[in-house]
Design a protein around this ligand. Structure first.
Ligand SMILES: [Zn+2]
Length: 67
């Protein structure tokens, strides 16, 4: 279970939480998401979700808050 973030808008998808508002059950892996799933913020497909950059994104946000 990982958290992913949308590379286009920064929306966070948490596999543990799923996406109940869009009918996605808890513990739904990103690789298991239906083709109909789209980022609720920008409409990107699940292919835009990136796991590796979650830390980087949050680090970037933290950095910008420190400035
Ligand atoms: Zn998005």
């Amino acid at each position: 279970m990982k958290k992913y973030f949308c590379v286009k808008c920064g929306y966070i998808y948490d596999e543990i939480a799923g996406d109940p508002e869009r009918g996605i059950a808890r513990c739904m892996l990103v690789s298991m998401l239906p083709d109909s799933w789209a980022c609720p913020d920008c409409g990107a497909s699940a292919e835009s979700l990136c796991a590796r950059k979650v830390c980087n994104y949050e680090t970037l946000k933290a950095d910008s808050m420190n400035e």
